[in-house]
Design a binder for this molecule. Structure first.
Ligand code: HEM
Ligand SMILES: [Ca+2]
Length: 670
């Protein structure tokens, strides 16, 4: 399959989401226009930068579009990542993603700016926290969290908790805010452990502590003043963008779906976790099992550990220890690399360490890309939506040559800081452990086990947790958030902890995200002019709540209103977030020269039979089976709860990749 031309997904995205909605606001005319078949091709969406950069290639684009939006002021293209001197031709991805794009070798590399759909919205136009249109402060982030994102336990009727957990894996593959600890204590104290403002909080430009409102039922009685919040490092702070253009927040991992969380995003991270023998990643053997090497910085990284001898893992991503089930998946991915490496080594005794490492890495990345695009993302984005927007190709054999060097694979700030964080709603606060016959063995509380992977190595907990997240349902994608993350996040030895929803809201402002309505405009969705117009996607109670919270419709945060939209049928997000997610995963796919289905460059491509074997054999169920001891049965689709259409089967019955296709003699025959 060769794709000569393509279009930005947002074009057809709009036609795919237009129909399920009863549009009743003043945007109705516009909405009908955008949802009506071929008219969608003529959408005025090229004003916001989405299709703009692809335009040269666009087939049959109508040059007479009318564009109701002002042109984007593209921020300075400077980043802090340094272009390599040259790009040697390579069969393998570089560790830092450089030279994936041969013309723009820093695209997708660590230490570069997040991408953007909507222009920056800062208080001073350059970097300060935005204010309301009136000039007043925006409503307090914690107050918004308390008002809209309370704890109600409504569970997902179809999808298991590993759906949530795999999402965090993808997140960690794609972005990490610079200068923010994310899982452990920040190095900068804007608000101390006792919840009191640091003396220099107001004068320190990296501080934006979240203040506790007087009516906070949890924190006010404790006399807590604030929650720590350290601003993301920007191009401006690093001195690599001019002082008169908007500061661009920096991300520090490769944007590509390249399992950088397993291998590292820099050579400095990749080296200490390699065994340099047999192509393997370094492991420590305990209890007859292989575990990741020990992080030498245990007191910082695993701050809840009660002894320096407790396990604290070192992997490609610093967030590896953050929660038990995240660590379970990280360990499985590490073991999977080594499992593949061992098989390749026995098939190809002539290969050296480097070749085995790179070939195993390439296969693991392909497996995960297959799981992501064909098993996982359809749950969130909707299968039809993905097909329509060319994010996946059902039933395809052979190559999909859709690589487009004009597409920037950077992770959009609207994606990382707003849309994908919406899925924090899927988190469950209590994790269940199950025996092989799927009887409940126990339950652990998330906040007791943040940053303390010790739990994985107690008796059979690793396997029990792995069964647990394939039996337990994930939380439903709605506005209700588990209090383990809104009251007890990283509580350490304190009574209460931080609030992830308040942090998400504050982070959106820290990054100067465009407003909710500006983002809707960018997506070509109807642009609300009053609170009443929000009723097209948001319930009357929530619209009323927004009106009570914000002075003006212009002030409404993307992070907040995006999460209050009703889900698009068949997907787990509302129209605005779905637009962002669809655009992101389109870019992540077609902007990756090494995407597993790409066959344009034979030096890089899998052979057609290898590719088909990956398509048939890679699944999350298989990954779990192959990298646990005691899990002997798994449902075909591990993301879905067991049922008639998704029975539990013995691991041997699950399809697997035929690695003999990588025996060099076979291999050269193609
Ligand atoms: C136990 C589960 C999880 C916990 C405790 C957690 C916690 C966190 C924390 C503390 C941050 C950094 C907040 C900040 O300072 O701005 C973060 C960022 C983020 N989270 Fe989660 N998270 C979890 C699961 C997930 C899931 C399931 C998803 C999506 C499917 C997700 C998506 C994101 C994204 C996109 C970011 C921003 C990444 C970046 O660009 O730095 N998280 N999360
Ligand atoms: Ca990556």
């Amino acid at each position: 399959l060769s794709l000569g031309s393509y279009q930005s997904p947002v074009h057809s995205f709009l036609s795919s989401i237009g129909s399920p909605y009863e549009i009743n606001g003043p945007g109705a005319e516009f909405a009908r226009y955008i949802s009506s078949g071929s008219a969608a091709q003529r959408l005025p969406v090229n004003g916001f930068g989405l299709s703009q950069q692809y335009q040269e290639q666009e087939d049959g684009a109508d040059p007479s579009f009318s564009n109701p939006l002002p042109p984007v002021q593209t921020p300075a293209a400077q980043t802090c990542s340094v272009p390599p001197a040259s790009c040697p031709k390579s069969r393998y991805r570089s560790i830092d993603g450089s030279c994936n794009n041969l013309v723009r070798p820093t695209w997708g590399t660590p230490e570069s700016a997040y991408g953007r759909l909507v222009p920056y919205k800062y208080g001073d136009g350059i970097s300060s926290i935005p204010r309301a249109a009136s000039g007043a402060e925006l409503p307090n982030a914690r107050e918004i969290s308390l008002r809209f994102f309370q704890d109600r336990q409504l569970i997902d009727p179809i999808w298991t908790l590993v759906t949530m957990q795999w999402g965090q894996i993808i997140t960690h593959d794609m972005s990490l805010t610079a200068g923010v600890a994310q899982t452990h204590k920040d190095l900068v104290t804007c608000c101390n452990d006792n919840g009191q403002l640091a003396p220099n909080a107001a004068s320190n430009p990296t501080c934006a502590p979240i203040l506790i409102p007087p009516n906070d039922p949890v924190h006010a009685p404790q006399r807590t003043q604030c929650m720590n919040f350290v601003r993301t490092t920007t191009t401006l702070a690093r001195g690599c963008s001019p002082p008169n253009v908007p500061a661009e927040p920096i991300t520090t991992v490769t944007a590509f779906m390249d399992m950088s969380l397993v291998y590292g995003s820099t050579v400095a991270q990749a080296t200490p976790i390699r065994a340099f023998q047999g192509g393997r990643l370094l492991t420590l053997r305990r209890g007859g099992r292989e575990w990741p090497p020990q992080d030498p910085n245990i007191t910082l990284t695993c701050e809840s550990a009660q002894s320096p001898n407790e396990p604290c893992y070192l992997a490609g991503d610093i967030r590896v220890n953050q929660s038990p089930q995240l660590a379970v998946l990280q360990v499985m991915l590490m073991r999977e690399h080594n499992r593949i490496a061992d098989i390749l080594a026995s098939l190809n005794p002539q290969w050296n360490d480097e070749t085995i490492y790179q070939e195993a890495r390439r296969i693991l990345i392909a497996e995960c890309q297959k799981i992501n695009y064909y098993e996982y993302l359809p749950i969130l984005l909707g299968f039809e939506n993905m097909v329509k927007n060319k994010l996946l190709y059902p039933g395809v054999h052979g190559y999909v040559n859709d690589y487009n060097p004009n597409v920037d694979p950077s992770v959009l700030d609207e994606h990382a800081t707003a849309a994908f964080r919406h899925f924090h709603t899927l988190i469950r606060g209590f994790l269940k452990l199950f025996t092989e016959v799927r009887s409940l063995l126990g339950t652990i509380r998330l906040s007791d086990w943040f940053n303390r992977p010790l739990i994985l190595e107690i008796n059979t907990a690793f396997d029990d947790l792995a069964r647990g997240f394939t039996v337990q349902a994930q939380d439903y994608s709605d506005q209700w958030w588990d209090s383990e993350i809104t009251q007890f996040l990283f509580k350490r030895n304190n009574t209460f902890g931080s609030d992830l929803r308040a942090i998400d809201i504050q982070r959106g402002r820290d990054h100067g995200l465009g407003s909710y309505i500006a983002t809707r405009a960018a997506c070509g969705l109807p642009v609300p002019k009053s609170f009443h117009d929000l009723l097209d996607f948001i319930s009357p109670e929530n619209v009323q709540g927004l009106q009570n919270t914000y002075q003006s419709i212009l002030d409404v945060d993307l992070v907040v209103a995006g999460s209050l939209e009703r889900n698009v049928p068949g997907a787990l997000a509302g129209p605005t977030f779905l637009c962002i997610l669809t655009e992101q995963f389109y870019r992540t796919r077609v902007g990756d020269r090494y995407f597993f289905e790409n066959g344009a460059d034979q030096e890089i491509a899998f052979t057609p039979s290898q590719l088909d074997s990956i398509r048939e054999g890679a699944s999350l169920a298989r990954l779990i089976c192959d990298n646990t001891d005691g899990v002997r049965a798994m449902q075909l689709n591990a993301f879905q709860r067991v049922g008639n259409s998704n029975p539990l089967v013995s691991c041997e019955e699950l399809p697997s990749i035929d690695l003999t296709l990588w025996q060099e003699n076979n291999y050269e025959k193609k």
